[in-house]
Ligand binder design. Structure first.
Ligand SMILES: *Cc1c(COP(=O)(O)O)cnc(C)c1O
Ligand SMILES: [Zn+2]
Length: 418
């Protein structure tokens, strides 16, 4: 990996070499010491360029291979047609949604279009490639649901076993995915915090490859590809804002890392602001940001299960990302999340899960109170597909018209509706 210089601790800034089994900074203990991957940007520019990427017919995250911390010419990479196709999700500019929000430059990056239907696929494929590089036969993680289903999917594609810990509240669609992909699924009767703790103990005990996102510094690198794609899809003209939901904080940290890498490599000439959004039912990072104090554990009282994270695992990276970018954080109530699901679906044909549309719900608040201008160029990332959580979708839109099989009865029901 000539493109990678090493790992750097985000807390004490100590540099560490890339080594199998190094996940966090040994000096900073288990509560901090999250690492960042550092690149040799002149080397990346010897390996690739904007022009070369534009010519690439590889419509997956591997079109940016020199920006990724994996072996650059491994046999693994050559057999790639066997892996799931991750990335290169569409960037839409839906006119109906723009009109509905009163915005003239609003884009939606639909990451629900990934193979297991969430942005998490971008991280999981890197985890599985690293596991193969390190010759680990089994991968494991704890997850609110999507990290789990995506890990199980990528593991199945590459012939690895997976052991997955989810809280018992995980929506059925996500649990069904896990079982279909052949994972050993452990449904923990407790919160996400309990689930995470049990998985960490078991991973240490059994020596599985650890896909717990905050702990594993390579996963944010997979997630950052969403930013690389946004930049390329906008012809390298950086948006003013990128809005997305926040749970553990890895995704927002990844988005920021992606833009920073492009900036440091000289591929873009400025950086966006990032808007991080949580539900008012569980918003430890929004509270820490707005009150400018360390985060405190919160209850997990939101229907947006993917971001119901009371004890975030990557709080420092997330808060650093928002602050460095000059961005903002905001919390929205669950009703606003359900409204956003409905509004997005009706104006653009895109179906997001609750956490998938929370970024858009927060954006709406900031546009309504004038903090984000109506002409600013904004990308809202839809991080997961609505089919994963049909129960909450029905909550957002209600039941269908029920009618007996008679045209007359149908006409009576439709009266005044069309
Ligand atoms: C995991 C997830 C998030 C939040 O990502 P974090 O890294 O936990 O902040 C948001 N939306 C969806 C759909 C997710 O699965
Ligand atoms: Zn450290």
């Amino acid at each position: 990996m000539k493109n990678v210089l090493g790992l750097r601790c985000i807390d004490c800034h100590k540099e560490l070499p890339v080594e199998a089994g190094t996940y966090t900074c040994p000096g900073c203990g288990s509560q901090g010491g999250i690492l960042d991957v550092e690149y040799d940007y002149p080397e990346i520019n010897r390996m690739t360029s904007r022009e070369q990427v534009a010519q690439s017919k590889d419509y997956s995250i591997f079109r940016y291979l020199p920006f990724l911390p994996i072996r650059q010419n491994a046999a693994l990479y050559e057999q790639r047609s066997a892996y799931l196709r991750v990335g290169w999700s569409p960037l839409y500019k839906p006119p109906g949604l723009g009109k509905s929000l009163g915005m003239s430059n609003l884009y939606i990056k639909d990451d629900g279009q990934n193979p297991t239907a969430s942005l998490k696929d971008r991280a999981s494929i890197i985890a599985v490639i690293k596991a193969v590089e390190e010759k680990a036969p089994t991968v494991a993680c704890s997850s609110t649901g999507n990290a789990a289903s995506s890990l199980a999917g990528s593991a199945a594609a590459m012939g690895l076993k997976s052991v997955i810990f989810v809280p018992s509240r995980a929506p059925q669609g996500k649990v069904a995915q896990l079982l279909i992909f052949g994972a050993t699924v452990i449904s923990v009767q407790g919160s996400y915090e309990d689930t995470f703790r049990l998985s960490a103990e078991a991973i240490a005990r059994f020596g599985w490859y650890n896909r717990n996102a905050a702990i594993n510094p390579y996963l944010v690198e997979g997630k950052k590809t969403v930013a690389l794609e946004i930049a390329e899809q906008l012809n390298w003209e950086v948006p003013d804002w990128v809005a997305l939901s926040v749970g553990d904080g890895c995704t927002i940290a990844g988005v920021w890392k992606g833009f920073k890498d492009l900036y440091l490599a000289g591929w873009i000439d400025r950086l966006p602001k990032v808007l991080g959004v949580q539900s008012t039912g569980c918003c430890p990072l929004v509270d820490a940001f707005l009150e400018d104090r360390p985060w405190r554990p919160a209850e997990e009282k939101t229907l947006a299960d993917s971001i119901a994270v009371g004890v975030p695992r990557n709080p420092d990276k997330a808060l650093q990302a928002v602050r460095e970018s000059g961005g903002l954080m905001v919390a929205v109530p669950d009703e606003a999340i359900l409204d956003a699901m409905r509004e997005l679906g009706r104006t653009s044909g895109i179906f997001g899960e609750p956490a998938g549309v929370t970024g858009m719900a927060g954006l709406k608040v900031l546009v309504n109170n004038g903090i984000i201008g109506t002409a600013e160029k904004v990308v809202a990332i839809v991080t997961g597909n609505g089919l994963k959580d049909v129960r909450n979708a029905i909550k957002a839109v209600g039941e269908p018209l029920k009618v007996e099989p008679s045209l007359q009865k149908l006409m009576a029901k439709l009266e005044g509706r069309l």
